[in-house]
Design a binder for this molecule. Structure first.
Ligand code: ZN
Length: 135
């Protein structure tokens, strides 16, 4: 099972501009900005209670975020659930017929192991699972 909504990911065209908007909206500054080269994204994170808001800007035109924005425009891109044991959850979900988009957990932003579940299985919502990296 999942533990909580860890964060909501929002695809944006201009991270700096979006940071200002979300700083104003939330009344707090991002606690972290991070580039994830492997995913072709720049991110920023806002702590909103026990959950977070992640803003994502594409760093290249091949990035999933660039493709998402080209197709759907800016907006909510994924919902991320925290899990204790990401491999066990990937196995559990794939046995139930969910399409896991990566075979192994990969290193995501904000010190997490992550994987994604295809939106075709989840009523159009891209789902991320994430587990804190402890080392
Ligand atoms: Zn995310």
């Amino acid at each position: 099972m999942v533990e909580k909504i860890e964060h909501i990911g929002i695809a944006v065209k201009d991270l700096e501009q979006a940071n200002t908007i979300y700083e104003n909206l939330l009344g707090i500054a991002p606690y972290k900005m991070e580039k994830v080269e492997s995913e072709g994204v720049s991110t920023s994170f806002f702590q909103t209670g026990e959950s977070k808001i992640e803003l994502l800007e594409a760093t290249n035109p091949e990035s999933a975020i660039a493709k998402f924005i080209a197709k759907k425009g800016e907006g909510v891109h994924h919902i991320a659930f925290a899990v204790k044991d990401i491999k066990a959850e990937m196995k559990r979900m794939s046995e139930l017929g969910f399409t896991i988009l990566n075979d192994e957990p990969k290193r995501g932003a904000d010190n997490k192991w992550v994987c994604f579940i295809h939106p075709k299985n989840t009523k159009g919502v891209l789902v991320e699972l994430c587990q804190e990296i402890k080392e």
